[in-house]
Design a protein around this ligand. Sequence first.
Ligand code: LLP
Length: 412
Amino acid sequence: MLSYGPQGLRIDGIGASSLARRFGTPLYVYSKRTLLERLWTLRSAFRARPPLVCYAVKANSSRAVLRALAEEGAGADIVSGGELLRALAAGFPASRIVFSGVGKTADELEMAVRRGVLTVNLESFEELAALEKVARRLETRAPVSVRLNPDVDPKTHPHVTTGRADNKFGVEAAEALAMCRRAGRSRWLTLKGLQCHIGSQITTLGPYRLAARAVARLARKLEGEGLRLELLDMGGGMGIRYDEETALDASPLARILTQELSCFPGARLLLEPGRSLVADAGVLLTRVLYRKQTSKRRFVIVDAAMNDLARPALYGAYHPVWPVEKRGGALKTVDIVGPVCESGDFLARQRRLPVPQEGDLLAVLKAGAYGFSMSSQYNSRPRAAEVMVEGGKARLVRRRETFKDLVCAELP
Ligand code: LLP
């Protein structure tokens, strides 16, 4: 929860400027309360058909975030062996972990089967065969779901659209049917269910209804053939409000999914939200280094860059930027840019702000999702530190990287 006090911006009651002094900048700050509130809100909207909420670890894989969600009984949606180990280390039981992704390697599939994940979401016939081989070698049965590509346009940014026939994700209905039949017959696979994730930052309900209908249509066919489904996973993608868009409201979404999937009361509903749980819980604090003006633009150069928060550079994404200390003075139009040597390195463009002074702090909001988890060391910039605010206290949950961290994997 953000508020302004006499010392400026506060995060759950703790002054952002004192956090920046104590831990340095750039600094990611997370509110545990906001994070858990998002989970509770989602669950309460779906109380008519309680889902297993499998948090999409890629949105923010910091251990403190994972642990908080694991302790609340959430599951995890993972897409790599690394995410599997992170999720297990943070306390998610394997029985609440689902494994998604188009390109899982044989080693990753083996790890998942050995640890006993709830299901592996298969995205191609060849992957099915690869998993069957792994299971045969381990002399066990692997639990599988098939990811349906329903050819639905989620009406979001093309880079995060996944449910259309021209996307690499999932398989079309006929192929899904064939894969389910094959899994149903296999000695080494157990067919658990269907999965469908059509995209990210979706702000309208229509695409979800179409996707759920496609899942129901396929499920009906399968049940007609005697293939019973235990899991129906409708993925994540629930949009939040960054700028002018309206956040997707969980209550009508719950109504739609419950209605469309009502023919399968015995199947457990799974959801894979990432952004909608963590985005609002995170703020990126950054300090103003310099200002300058060209004949065309007024630049505010800060110490966070595209390596810390890639979303603006990658997708032209909008993140609100607030001054930590409220400053008077006329509003000016500024570009907030980082030190990285690319013109694509910006955090915000053409914003109306009272011009910040050297040394001022700015807060980049809604940075909890796909912020730190997409950060890199580009330009040999050590990654930022992360702090979790909980119960009126701030705790460093990841130290700032050092020069040593930049070179530690290199050989002489
Ligand atoms: N399930 C699967 C299979 C996914 O691929 C994703 C996200 C999710 C769940 C969670 O989606 P969410 O609820 O967070 O929308 N880096 C981009 C977003 C990429 C999303 C990738 N897949 C961004 O910063 O906007």
